[in-house]
Write a protein that binds this ligand. Structure first.
Ligand SMILES: [Zn+2]
Length: 289
């Protein structure tokens, strides 16, 4: 089953794992923006990592993973919801064909935010971006912000993203260290082609065939964007009448495009006026859907 995440546990050891593979979800992200190749890889790896980390957290709503810097790669965002939907977007300037992770993400910070269904923020952790890639960045995040030892391997190509996570649960005793190290070492032998190309259950069996592993049922994941006309309306209302009127005066209409799914929401002067009068549309002009 593609586009799913599977949990696994090591019997008798406080170690848990998650393995994810996404293809239709990833292609839905790539179809919506023409990302430069280097950025595509990082965003894909971040999407896999985000699905893995969100599966280890208990939350209702959305987990937002954001990396923001002053280098050519200005912003990477991946959102996973507790309903198993994902979306992603990025902002960038000219990206060189070849550049290291640190060069692309100068002075960057990585933030993970939990947003409740009503839109309020319930948690945020922020760390400086260190390391030479997405996996290293997030292992550092987990160690410093969550104090949980995490081993993460992620991979992305033009059609698929995949990842493997191991976590040493907080109740782990010191005498579990050897087993934790051995399991991490085994995970580290996985090739990107295996992670991307084999069925997740086969990857787990192949890597840990000498361990007693319990593999759970796959949980489906899918691309979905939560933008809506109502949300755009409330955003414009918050901008205020002056801002909206100045755009109307310049362009004759207000158009807002969703960064995640590229969908456009267009407001003519009549629609825009209704935002601030609280008026309801006449039945003939109702376009809410
Ligand atoms: Zn959208």
């Amino acid at each position: 089953m593609s586009d799913s995440i599977r949990r696994f546990l090591f019997e008798g050891a406080p170690i848990r794992g998650e393995i994810v593979q996404l293809d239709a979800t990833w292609r839905a992200v790539l179809d919506r923006h023409d990302y430069p190749p280097l950025l595509r890889t990082l965003l894909g790896e971040m999407m896999a990592a985000s699905a893995l980390l969100s599966a280890t957290l208990k939350f209702d709503g959305a987990m937002l993973m954001q990396v923001q810097g002053t280098g050519p790669l200005r912003l990477l965002v991946v959102e996973c919801t507790s309903a198993g939907t994902l979306r992603a977007t990025a902002k960038w300037d000219d990206i060189p064909e070849q550049a290291g992770f640190a060069e692309l993400l100068r002075d960057a910070r990585c933030a993970i935010t939990l947003v409740q269904p009503d839109g309020s923020q319930s948690y945020q952790g922020v760390v400086e971006v260190v390391g030479d890639g997405v996996a290293a960045m997030l292992m550092h995040y987990m160690r410093h912000s969550e104090q949980i030892e995490t081993s993460l391997i992620v991979s992305a190509d033009d059609t698929r993203v995949a990842g493997l996570l191991l976590q040493r649960l907080p109740e782990a005793a010191d005498d579990d260290t050897d087993r934790w190290n051995r399991v991490c070492m085994l995970a580290g032998t996985v090739e990107p082609s295996e992670l991307l190309g084999l069925a997740p259950a086969d990857v787990v069996r192949r890597l840990f065939h000498e361990e007693d592993v319990r593999l759970f049922e796959p949980q489906p994941l899918a691309f979905r964007c939560s933008c809506s006309k109502a949300r755009v309306e409330s955003m414009l209302t918050m901008l205020g009448p002056q801002e909206v009127e100045s755009v109307l005066a310049e362009r004759g209409h207000v158009e807002v495009t969703c960064d995640f799914c590229n969908r456009s929401y267009r407001f003519d002067p009549v629609d825009a006026a209704q935002l601030f009068t609280g008026g309801t549309r006449s039945p003939g002009s109702a376009t809410r859907h």
